[in-house]
Design a protein around this ligand. Structure first.
Ligand SMILES: Cc1cc2nc3c(=O)[nH]c(=O)nc-3n(C[C@H](O)[C@H](O)[C@H](O)COP(=O)(O)O)c2cc1C
Length: 198
């Protein structure tokens, strides 16, 4: 099949989604949704790289604390994650009126998401300003927690991956399941959240 030159982008190159958890000044948790995330290996060990665009609450707190968590987004978490990705923390001080079940890191002082099957605790080792307001955070992965059922090697890996049910963003601002089902357009799943009382 012939290929044609297209606009520059990463459509058809799926990425996973993560909720970044940071500790606010008053000790309460803050969460934002991110997909510009990947891994590297250095002499220090396993690393993660996170690119954060324009100034935002999550970036304020990562700069301030030097640590944050990355929690894999699942199909079950998607409505809340979509809300976190479409609510700008700097101008919505009550953004955290909706919360997952919050736990705290095993190694770092970071909030993590109990409902997420995989949580990474990240320590920023280097910040690379990209010149347009974006920053690339190069981090050391200081701790990983995974749901116990994902560790049972008597169950085939692909089955355990299906159990984890991560949400992918493969392009055209869509959410897609690991087995290829459309889960909605960005901004849609948040409408399935139950209304808040009061
Ligand atoms: C699907 C999706 C993926 C996103 N990925 C990123 C990302 O990788 N980097 C980024 O800077 N913003 C990303 N955003 C936007 C942030 O989630 C958004 O700016 C949000 O307001 C961040 O939370 P905060 O304002 O409380 O820090 C994404 C949004 C969506 C809906």
């Amino acid at each position: 099949m012939a290929k044609v030159q297209t606009d520059v982008g990463n459509d058809f190159c799926p990425q996973a989604l993560f909720l970044y958890g940071t500790r606010q000044e008053d000790g309460t948790p803050h969460f934002g949704l991110f997909n510009w995330f990947s891994y590297f290996h250095s002499a220090e060990g396993f690393g993660a790289m996170a690119c954060i665009g324009e100034e935002k609450r999550t970036k304020d707190l990562i700069r301030k604390n030097g640590v944050f968590s990355a929690n894999l987004v699942t199909e079950r978490l998607l409505p809340l994650a979509d809300y976190y990705g479409n609510t700008f923390g700097r101008t919505a001080p009550d953004k955290m009126k909706r919360l997952p079940t919050v736990e705290w890191g095993r190694v770092l002082d970071v909030p993590t998401v109990a409902e997420s099957p995989v949580s990474l605790e990240l320590e920023v080792r280097r910040t690379v300003p990209l010149g347009d307001g974006s920053d690339l955070f190069l981090c050391l992965i200081r701790c990983v927690t995974r749901e116990e059922r994902l560790l049972d090697r008597t169950v085939p890996f692909v089955r355990r991956l299906q159990l984890a049910a991560p949400v992918l963003v493969p392009g055209e601002e869509t959410y897609v399941s690991i087995d290829g089902r459309l889960l909605g357009a960005w901004g849609e799943p948040q409408h399935r959240l139950a209304p808040l009382e009061g």
